[in-house]
Ligand binder design. Structure first.
Ligand code: BES
Ligand code: ZN
Ligand code: ZN
Length: 499
């Protein structure tokens, strides 16, 4: 799909379909497109049953009045409730609706209010991301006939005022880059676990480094090298599997960078639960347990394109959690890389074991300004926040605020949760320093975060439990069913904005 910007009168644009957006009947009726367009829309609204609510669409063929063949009017609900989120939802919904008639050339008319209330760059970036994210499909394993059903537009033209073209083109460029990064993560998550093995992720990281032509350095530790770093918790999780673990480190270090950010992605390529085996229906989608790793790889694929000015290190402890005669047993004790001992009472709480070593490694080797981990860590976080919101834990309020604000901008929703110290008692072991599951049933996402905090020390750190939003279980206009690419745009935006 080709995107372009045009400073033209909407009525003169020759497209197969023109998309425009209106408020509901109780809100402002002044659309300010052009006189002709306003009249057509107002007249149609009067005569047809269209209320301008979210998910209301009105398709018109106003022959002779405008140069485009068709017009699709999309409702946005109440003007007072407008937000970038409503914009993205409205655009994604309009794109889905538009695709029913398979137009090739599509124009977008911006309501004046969008440009009045949003920065032009952000507004165009949001539109482009909504169009691209809603157009994503994972069709690699489908036949030709099925693929044909999902054709993209050939061209999407966004009409902007002439004095906004420059800012708008920055937004267009960013929107395409961010969306492609999200596609990359979605693809990785959607691939079966038989494909995305730890070795595959390592190879993928190697290709990213190669393509970056010297801008990204890579280091991949194999089993023996992981042992040399005393990362026994990773080895403990990996030992039940025939797939060897890989500890992946990527470094992007631009000249003159003032800040250093480390991002860690949980990379369990398949989580059976180990000997604490998951029941079938819980195991079904456990190929997604590397969604954090996928987000980290997507960010590194993108950093050279953005010419980011911040140093970024990506860490992926990649392994598979399998039951076998060699597997970790409930009751076994592991010594993590920082010397702390962990009694493993449930082999299904494996993510925190691999992250404990990854965090200890970062603490020893690097002194980052910010450390972020992304992990599909607990079902308990989904119980707390549902499938669309990630839990955010941080030992730094300012950092948490930055991420929360960016989450509103990007639509990668996060909600701040407490690192409630009293609960730390629940993960003390009788015979080791820590145990990997808590005493009692409640607050499992918090105790998982507290477990990680034991390895963080005084680093400025944020933990995102993405178990819910990493995967979309029902088709949604912005995220088709499957891997969502959650966190990619949030991270990119954070790295882009950092001073
Ligand atoms: N990978 C799972 C968490 C998960 C659940 C991710 C659902 C995505 C969707 C994690 O390793 C796990 O199994 N956690 C256990 C922890 C428990 C044994 C303390 C859980 O949440 O049940
Ligand atoms: Zn597990
Ligand atoms: Zn897991």
């Amino acid at each position: 799909m080709k995107f372009s910007l045009k400073a033209t009168d909407p009525k003169k644009l020759e497209a197969d379909l023109l998309l425009c957006f209106v408020w509901d009947e109780t809100s402002d009726k002044h659309f300010f497109f052009t006189k002709e367009l306003d009249l057509i829309v107002r007249d149609a609204i009067k005569k047809e049953s269209f209320e301008g609510k979210i998910n209301n669409y009105l398709s018109l063929t106003p022959k002779g009045f405008i140069s485009s063949y068709k017009l699709l009017v999309t409702g946005m609900g109440k003007k007072e409730e407008f937000s970038p989120y409503i914009l993205r939802k409205a655009v994604a919904g309009a794109v889905r609706k538009a695709k029913e008639i398979k137009p090739k050339k599509v124009g977008v008319v911006l309501p004046e209010y969008w440009l009045k209330t949003l920065d032009t760059k952000d507004c165009i970036q949001d539109i482009v991301e909504a169009v691209m994210l809603s157009s994503y499909r994972f069709l690699k394993y489908k036949d030709e006939e099925e693929r044909k059903k999902y054709s993209d537009f050939d061209e999407l033209i966004i009409i902007v005022p002439p004095n906004r073209i420059e800012r708008a083109s920055e937004g267009l460029e960013k929107g395409v880059i961010y969306s492609e990064a999200t596609y990359f993560a979605r693809d990785l998550v959607n691939e079966p676990a038989a494909v995305t093995t730890p070795s595959f992720l390592a190879e993928c990281a190697q290709n990213i480094a190669k393509d970056a032509k010297g801008k990204i350095k890579i280091q991949i530790l194999d089993t023996a090298e992981i042992a040399k770093e005393n990362m026994n918790a990773i080895l403990g999780v990996a030992k039940g599997s025939d797939e060897p673990p890989k500890f992946i480190r990527l470094d992007y270090k631009p000249y003159g960078a003032k800040k250093h950010v480390v991002i860690i992605g949980k990379g369990i390529t398949f989580d059976t639960g180990g000997l604490s085996l998951k029941p079938g229906e819980h195991m079904e989608k456990m190929k997604i347990d590397m969604a954090g790793a996928a987000a980290v790889l997507a960010v590194f694929k993108t950093l050279p394109k953005l010419n980011s000015k911040v140093s970024v290190t990506g860490i992926i402890p990649a392994c598979e959690n399998m039951p076998s005669g060699r597997a970790l047993r409930p009751g076994d004790i592991l010594e993590a890389a920082n010397g702390k001992t962990i009694e493993v009472l449930n082999t299904d709480a494996e993510g925190r074991l691999t992250l404990a070593d990854a965090i200890s490694y970062v603490k020893k080797k690097d002194k980052p300004d910010y450390l972020i981990d992304l992990a599909t860590l607990t079902g308990a976080c989904m119980v707390a926040l549902g499938e669309d919101i990630a839990g955010l834990w941080s030992n730094d309020e300012g950092f948490a605020r930055i991420l929360t604000d960016l989450s509103q901008k990007t639509g990668d929703n996060v909600w701040m949760m407490p690192l409630f110290k009293d609960y730390s008692d629940l993960i003390k072991s009788d015979i080791a320093d820590l145990k990997n599951v808590q005493a009692g049933r409640y607050g499992g996402a918090i105790t998982a975060a507290l477990f990680l905090s034991e390895f963080v020390g005084n680093l400025v750190w944020a933990h995102l439990d993405i178990a819910g939003p990493a995967y979309e279980s029902k088709d949604n206009p912005l995220i088709p069913k499957g891997g969502s690419g959650f966190g990619v745009r949030l991270l990119l935006r954070f790295l882009d904005d950092i001073k």
